[in-house]
Design a binder for this molecule. Structure first.
Ligand SMILES: [Zn+2]
Length: 283
């Protein structure tokens, strides 16, 4: 028996932290994944690996990389090719003033991305202006056990404290095997000039966005080692690596739980998380 959730945000008005996660505002009711529109399920199974995606900074084929995020957003644990998923998608589409077809389409995907972006202060602000870089001298350094391969990782105090609470929860959930090297930070604050030079050198500027305005300048963005597909770097944006990461237990746990600690994901990069609950309100 799988779960389907319905929005009960009215009863959660006093909740601050949980508002960063869709699941935090929902109650669960049982609904089998076999219940729902069969034709829509078949269409989703087809487009999962074939639909052109243009919502991010480069054209993609299919939405399989985003299945975990989408399922969480629409409140289902059913796989994307099931009638139960299609039913949950139709419910979400209806609630978001879209045609409740239960099938993924361009306008639905863009609406999903907008919902995710709205939880990312940096994403919303940077549409108009690039947020100020952090004061490097006010940042704190992550400990050796929290830093990938001995790197110096600098973060804002509140972001590092929240990361530690989240890492502790992931540890207690049994998702970080001893000596696995998982859940350590491989990039935190990046100085503006150094970041621009590095991405130019690596030809990895994401159409210029990273060179001109990276979230890492704020000291609130973390790249976390959630694993990598065999033969790929931790932050390889190759579709094969992103698909692999999006299906790991650790990423699935993050999608469900990171909001409790104030973190939101940039869905294009499963490893990239931003602390969105800054205690001083600064973004
Ligand atoms: Zn990042």
């Amino acid at each position: 028996m799988q779960l389907r959730r319905f929005d009960v945000s009215i009863v959660c008005l006093a909740c601050v932290v949980c508002c960063f996660t869709a699941a935090g505002m929902r109650a669960a009711v049982a609904a089998p994944c076999s219940a729902g529109p069969q034709a829509a399920a078949a269409e989703n199974a087809r487009t999962l690996t074939s639909m052109p995606i243009t919502a991010f900074h480069r054209p993609e084929t299919g939405w399989a990389v985003y299945e975990t995020m989408i399922a969480h957003e629409i409140g289902t644990e059913c796989p994307a090719n099931t009638p139960g998923f299609a039913a949950a998608l139709a419910h979400w589409q209806g609630a978001n003033h879209l045609g409740a077809s239960g099938t993924m389409d361009d306008s639905t995907f863009k609406a999903l991305k907008l919902a995710w972006d709205r939880r990312r202060p940096w994403a919303m602000i940077s549409r108009h202006q690039c947020p100020d870089a952090a004061d490097e001298h006010a940042l704190v350094r992550a400990g050796p056990a929290e830093s990938y391969d001995g790197k110096t990782i600098l973060l804002r105090t509140d972001a590092l404290a929240a990361f530690r609470r989240m890492a502790d929860a992931a540890q207690r959930a049994g998702l970080i095997p001893p000596k696995s090297g998982l859940f350590v930070i491989f990039s935190g604050y990046r100085g503006v000039d150094a970041d621009a030079a590095r991405c130019a050198k690596e030809n990895n500027c994401q159409s210029g966005a990273r060179a001109t305005c990276s979230a890492h300048r704020t000291g609130l963005a973390l790249d976390i080692n959630l694993g990598a597909a065999p033969g790929f770097r931790l932050d390889s944006s190759a579709d094969q690596n992103r698909l692999f990461l999006s299906r790991t237990k650790l990423y699935r746990w993050m999608v469900k739980n990171a909001g409790r600690f104030g973190f939101v994901n940039y869905a294009f990069e499963p490893w990239h998380w931003e602390f969105a609950a800054a205690s001083d309100g600064r973004k």
